[in-house]
Design a binder for this molecule. Structure first.
Ligand SMILES: [Zn+2]
Length: 201
């Protein structure tokens, strides 16, 4: 087996990384101290062992114990009347960094593309909405990126959740977010404004 080629191919499967960058990483690793390579491989292995996926919000978290839900979902001080839908874990982190939102979350795990590709966690979304509605849920905050895919996905979710509209308010982030911007890269100030200016949809 050609280890250089194999590892380069594995790295090229990462988002945003192509074959040439994959190869650059491999040569970097070859020139790095053995300790650094060892540490990296240990960290990758630990991801499968110590990181869990929350059964409620679906985010990945460090689960050192036997809990099946994460600290945001188990935190009794958070507001059960609000559920924010984000595309990915990194977006959730960006909202947490902004520091104003104190409700619950759900990570959709992707967006739907205009050509009909991509998948979101529809089944899990229904499950959590049903469950939370029994527990004081009042508003669903659609916090998707201000991209065409994000908007397309928002439309689809609005459609999916139409049967719940009598009991559930849907809102979208205010357009403090520039068109085309991804939540993950928005600064805290912009996110705070977008949250405060969210509007019913
Ligand atoms: Zn959770």
């Amino acid at each position: 087996m050609d280890h250089i080629e194999e590892l380069a191919r594995a790295l090229a499967r990462f988002p945003g990384i192509g074959p040439r960058q994959g190869k650059r990483f491999v040569y970097y690793l070859l020139s790095a101290p053995a300790d650094e390579r060892k540490r990296l491989s240990e960290l990758v292995t630990a991801l499968g062992k110590d990181v869990r996926q929350c059964s409620e919000c679906m985010r990945f978290y460090n689960g050192g114990n036997t809990a099946t839900i994460c600290n945001y979902c188990s935190d009794k001080t958070r507001d059960d009347s609000l559920l924010m839908l984000v595309e990915k874990d990194q977006d959730l982190s960006a909202v947490e960094r902004a520091g104003t939102y104190k409700g619950r979350y759900f990570v959709l795990g992707g967006v739907l593309t205009l050509s009909g590709k991509g998948a979101i966690r529809e089944k899990e979304l229904f499950k959590i909405v049903e469950k939370k509605l029994k527990n004081n849920l009042k508003e669903l905050v659609l916090a998707l990126s201000a991209t065409s895919e994000g908007e397309h996905t928002t439309d689809r979710i609005r459609e999916l959740l139409a049967p719940y509209r009598d009991h559930l308010k849907l809102s979208e982030l205010g357009r403090g977010l520039a068109t085309g911007s991804e939540l993950e890269y928005s600064d805290a100030e912009t996110l705070r404004a977008a949250l405060t200016n969210r509007k019913e949809t």
